[in-house]
Design a protein around this ligand. Structure first.
Ligand code: F6P
Length: 466
C-alpha cells in the first residue's frame, strides 16, 4: 500500500500527554487516517518566529504517525492565517460575504505561505507516495508541487462548504484559485450541495467540461475527479472513550450538578458560522414561551475561543457573552442559572461523558461543511435511553442524519421560534420515538465513519483501501 503524505495547515503534534496544536474535526480525522495507513503529516507548528527559517521539526507518535512541522513568521500568520484563510476564504465559504475582507496583502501572504509549504514539503515526498492536501488554507499547494516536478497522485479535500457561484465570483482572481485546484487528481467535498456548487462554477465560469455521472472535470486537456466524501468520526476510538474513568466522571459531574433538571448541550468552536447568538436567542424564546421549564431545563454551552486575533471573532464572543448574560440576569435565581457558558476546550473523554448526560444536543450552525459534534453526540448516547439531536438544516451532517425525517430534528438556525419549538418537541418526545430516531442515526454514524471516508478517498486517489 502506498505511503500517505498528508499536508494541512494544522497538525496534531503528539505530546507526552495527548496531542496539541490543533482543534476541530479535521485534526481527529487525519490522525485516524494516518494511524490506519502510516505516513507523514506535514503542516504549521502553530508557532510564530520573527523570520521564516524553513527548518522542520519531526515527532514520531507511539501509534507510528510522524509529524513534520514548520514555524511561520509573524507576517505570514497575519496575512495568510488570520488574513486570507480566515478573513477572506472562511467567511466567503460560509456565505458571509458581509464579513469577507478582500485585502491585496492577504492574497500575497497566502501565495507566499503556499510556496513555503510546498518547498518545505517537497523533500518529504517519495516516488509512489499519495499526497493528500487539506482545506482552504492550501488550495494552491498542488499546483506549486506540480511546478516543482512532483508527478505523484495528489488529492485535495475541502472540509468547509463550497459557496454558490454568485458568491464565489466576488473573490478577486477567483479563476486562479480554481484553476490551481484542477492540478489535483481528486477533489473531495463534504456533500452533494458543495460539490454541485463547485461543478457549476467550473462549467459556468471556466467553461470546463463536466461529467456529472463520473465527476470528471476537463479543462485544457487535464482531468480531475470531483466527488462528495462525507467525513465521519472514528467511531470505535470515540466510543471506547466511554469506558474511561474520565468519561464516567464527566457524566456523573454533569448529572449531579443538574439534578431534577434536563440538560441540553452545545459544543462549538467560538465561530460566527456556528449560529451561537441565534441559538441563545432560541433558548431565550423557549424560556419566554415556557416559563414552567425555567426550573427544570438547563443549557450548557461549551465554546472554546478560536482565531482570537480576528475582529469578527472578538465581536461574536462579545455578542454571545452579552446575550447569555442578559438571559441569565433575567431568569436566574439564587439557586439556579439557566445557561452555563464555558469558554474552554475539553478532552474527547470528557465530551463523551457530557454528551451522554445531556438529553438534548443543539447543533445549529448557520452553515457548516459537515459538523462532527452532531455525530459524536449520537455515538455517545445510551441505546436504551437516547437523547435527541436538534440539527441545523444548513450543516453538511443534515443530509446524512435526517434519515427521511426519522433521525435528527432539523431546524432553521436563523429562527428563534423554530429552535424554541423543537426544544419543546425534544423535551416531550417519548422513549419509543427517541429510540427509533437514534437507531436510524447510529447506523450512519457507525458505518460512514472516518475509516470509510479515508478508504473511499484513497481508493479514488489510486491507492489500495486501508
Ligand atoms: O474544519 C475547518 C477548520 O478550519 C480546520 O481546518 C481547522 O483545523 C479547524 O477548523 C480549527 O480551526 P483553526 O485551525 O483555525 O483553529
Amino acid at each position: 500500500m502506498p505511503r500517505l503524505v498528508v499536508i494541512s495547515n494544522r497538525v496534531a503534534v503528539p505530546k507526552a500527554r495527548g496531542v496539541a496544536g490543533a482543534q476541530g474535526g479535521l485534526a481527529g480525522a487525519l490522525n485516524s487516517a494516518l494511524k490506519a495507513n502510516g505516513g507523514i503529516w506535514f503542516g504549521w507548528s502553530g508557532q510564530e518566529t520573527a523570520e521564516f527559517t524553513g527548518s522542520i521539526n519531526y515527532v514520531r507518535s507511539a501509534e507510528g504517525v510522524t509529524t513534520a512541522t514548520i514555524d511561520l513568521e509573524t507576517q505570514d500568520v497575519d496575512e495568510y492565517y488570520n488574513g486570507y484563510a480566515n478573513s477572506t476564504l472562511w467567511p466567503l465559504f460560509h456565505y458571509r460575504i458581509d464579513l469577507t475582507q478582500y485585502e491585496r496583502e492577504f492574497g500575497k501572504g497566502y501565495e507566499r505561505v503556499n510556496q513555503r509549504f510546498a518547498e518545505s514539503a517537497l523533500p518529504l515526498i517519495d516516488d509512489g507516495d499519495l499526497v493528500w492536501v487539506h482545506d482552504y488554507h492550501l488550495m494552491p499547494m498542488g499546483e506549486r508541487l506540480r511546478s516543482m516536478g512532483v508527478k505523484n497522485r495528489m488529492g485535495f479535500f475541502l472540509h468547509t462548504p463550497w459557496p454558490p457561484t454568485n458568491l464565489f465570483v466576488s473573490l478577486p482572481y477567483h479563476e486562479r484559485l480554481v484553476q490551481a485546484l484542477l492540478h489535483y487528481d481528486v477533489l473531495g467535498f463534504q456533500n452533494d450541495t458543495w460539490l454541485e456548487s463547485f461543478l457549476h462554477y467550473c462549467e459556468k465560469e471556466l467553461k470546463a467540461d463536466v461529467n456529472r455521472d463520473t465527476g470528471e472535470i476537463t479543462l485544457d486537456g487535464r482531468s480531475t475527479i470531483a466527488r462528495a466524501y462525507p467525513i465521519g468520526i472514528d467511531y470505535d476510538f470515540f466510543t471506547a472513550k466511554g469506558e474511561e474513568g474520565e468519561a464516567r466522571q464527566a457524566q456523573q459531574r454533569l448529572m449531579s450538578s443538574t439534578r431534577h433538571r434536563i440538560a441540553a448541550i452545545g459544543v462549538d468552536r467560538l465561530d460566527y458560522s456556528k449560529g451561537l447568538p441565534e441559538r441563545i436567542d432560541g433558548i431565550g424564546r423557549f424560556f419566554d414561551r415556557h416559563p414552567e421549564h425555567v426550573r427544570d431545563f438547563v443549557y450548557i454551552q461549551i465554546a472554546p475561543p478560536s482565531r482570537e486575533d480576528i475582529g469578527s471573532y472578538q465581536k461574536i464572543r462579545a455578542i454571545l457573552e452579552q446575550k447569555t448574560g442578559q438571559i441569565n440576569g433575567a431568569r436566574s435565581e439564587v439557586d439556579l442559572v439557566p445557561i452555563r457558558y464555558v469558554n474552554k476546550g475539553h478532552s474527547q473523554a470528557e465530551l463523551y461523558g457530557y454528551y451522554r448526560a445531556a438529553k438534548i444536543a443543539l447543533v445549529t450552525p448557520l452553515r457548516d461543511g459537515m459538523n462532527l459534534v452532531a455525530k459524536e453526540y449520537v455515538a455517545a448516547q445510551d441505546p436504551e435511553d437516547p437523547g435527541v439531536l436538534i440539527l441545523s438544516r444548513f450543516a453538511g451532517a443534515a443530509q446524512q442524519l435526517d434519515c427521511g425525517g426519522k433521525g435528527a430534528l432539523l431546524i432553521n438556525p436563523h429562527s428563534p421560534d423554530d429552535i424554541s419549538h423543537h426544544i419543546k418537541l425534544a423535551l416531550d418526545m417519548q422513549l419509543d420515538e427517541r429510540k427509533e430516531r437514534y437507531t436510524n442515526m447510529i447506523a450512519t454514524v457507525r458505518d460512514d465513519n472516518v475509516q470509510r471516508w479515508t478508504e473511499n478517498f484513497i481508493a479514488d486517489l489510486g491507492g489500495e483501501a486501508a
